[in-house]
Design a protein. Structure first.
Length: 198
């Protein structure tokens, strides 16, 4: 059941255009976001999380060859929300995928939820928790992180915290795939963001 507590965030962008090269040859036939997990595709769990957080408008950014996603989800009606699509014709990274939603967001703050990363929490909807964190702290944005081992920092965007106390902290920036031994922290960017478009 959708939450009424979306804290004024009405829209989510779901980048799902990546080619899934690390999972080939399987992803030559099935988009990685559509690989089954139990009785439904991975991306359906993500759509459920978005809806249950009270966000009912979704833009999926897909690439040519991922028409299966649009056929499966359609306009989103059967999943309890509205889904639109944008095509990212060339793989130019996450920033370019987000830019495909710039006009669609109409200057609103939005959630950015990766289409290929499921995050399970035993107690609460992770996206709902982030929405509440943003509201409680009057933050411009919220970035979910995960701790990684020092030998894996070169595979992620790593946060540069202003402070190092507690689970919530302000950040100064993000170091993209820093060399091992030069990372500003062990806090890697995970797959959920709340971004202010102001």
């Amino acid at each position: 059941m959708p939450s009424d507590l979306n804290y004024g965030i009405r829209r989510a962008i779901v980048p799902a255009a990546g080619l899934g090269t690390r999972m080939r040859p399987l992803t030559n036939a099935i988009p990685k976001e559509m690989l089954p997990l139990g009785r439904k595709p991975l991306l359906e769990y993500i759509v459920d999380e978005i809806r249950d957080a009270g966000i009912l408008q979704v833009l999926m950014v897909i690439s040519p060859g991922k028409e299966m996603i649009e056929r499966y989800f359609g306009d989103g009606h059967k999943f309890g929300l509205s889904i639109e699509y944008a095509i990212q014709n060339q793989m130019r990274g996450l920033g370019d995928a987000v830019l495909h939603g710039e006009i669609w967001c109409e200057g609103e703050t939005f959630a950015l939820v990766f289409g290929d990363c499921l995050i399970e929490s035993p107690s609460t909807n992770v996206l709902s928790m982030m929405l509440q964190c943003r509201s409680d702290n009057s933050a411009d944005g919220v970035v979910l992180t995960e701790l990684v081992s020092p030998d894996r920092v070169n595979k992620y965007g790593i946060l540069r915290p202003k402070t190092t106390t507690g689970d919530q902290f302000e950040i100064e920036g993000i170091a993209e795939k820093p060399q091992i031994g030069q990372a500003p922290s062990l806090n890697a960017v995970a797959a959920r963001y709340i971004l202010s478009s102001e």
